[in-house]
Design a protein around this ligand. Structure first.
Ligand code: 3PG
Length: 216
């Protein structure tokens, strides 16, 4: 898929671009651009930079400015203020660990595609009430894994998921084989020691392997 600079994306565009959305934690803004370039070189463009560190917003800004082939998104969006800050920094999508109507409504107002986190039927229903049918299943392994998603497929046939949390190369295929799973999320593409050591080649290799995972 060709991505126009600044083009508005949907949640489904974000999920469909590759089989894995990397969950990224960055402590140092100097790492943001080389890391993003390394992931793009391996075929992964949708990058979830978590708002867990003081450097996160500056990292999103740097990627949005300097790596046009990447799409910087914000993870760990927990409030309306987080969503606004992420959009102001140039994030083009948001991921949240749970769903609140405040986060859902703010992202809608901002035109920021959101993958809200859910782990129960009630949470799926709350997210659907807010207009969201593309959801993150979090924490996937701990909340019931692939059998839980199979169970969700009955009552929530119109919902698609990105399981995240405890997903790894060992179990990613099992998730991706499910009809209601579009992609998975995980931190394994960006090991902290590789970021610290500037081992961008390893990250490109991990991205390449993740990009080669297939649905079905
Ligand atoms: C997170 O929010 O930290 C993600 O769920 C990543 O989980 P993982 O480290 O198990 O991939």
């Amino acid at each position: 898929m060709a991505l126009k600079q600044g083009a508005l994306l949907t949640s489904l565009d974000v999920m469909r671009d590759a089989p894995v959305i990397p969950v990224i934690v960055l402590d140092d803004v100097a790492h943001a651009v080389p890391l993003a370039r390394a992931l793009v070189a391996g075929g992964i463009r949708m990058l979830e930079v978590t708002l867990r560190t003081p450097a996160a917003l500056a990292c999103i800004e740097a990627i949005a400015r300097d790596v046009p082939a990447a799409v910087a998104g914000a993870g760990t969006v927990r409030s309306a203020a987080d969503a606004r800050a992420a959009a102001a920094a140039g994030a083009r999508f948001a991921v949240s660990p749970g769903y609140t109507s405040a986060v859902g409504e703010t992202c809608s107002e901002l035109g920021l595609p959101l993958l809200p986190g859910v782990a129960t039927g009630s949470e799926v229903m709350a997210a659907m009430e807010g207009g969201y049918t593309e959801l993150k299943f979090f924490p996937a392994q701990q909340a019931g894994g692939a059998p839980m998603l199979k169970a969700f497929a009955g009552p929530f046939q119109d919902v698609r998921f990105c399981p995240t949390g405890g997903v790894s190369p060992a179990n990613a295929r099992e998730y991706l084989a499910l009809p209601n799973v579009v992609c998975v999320g995980g931190s394994w593409l960006t090991p902290p020691e590789s970021i610290r050591d500037g081992d961008w080649a390893r990250i490109t290799q991990l991205a390449r392997e993740a990009a080669a995972l297939r649905k079905g």
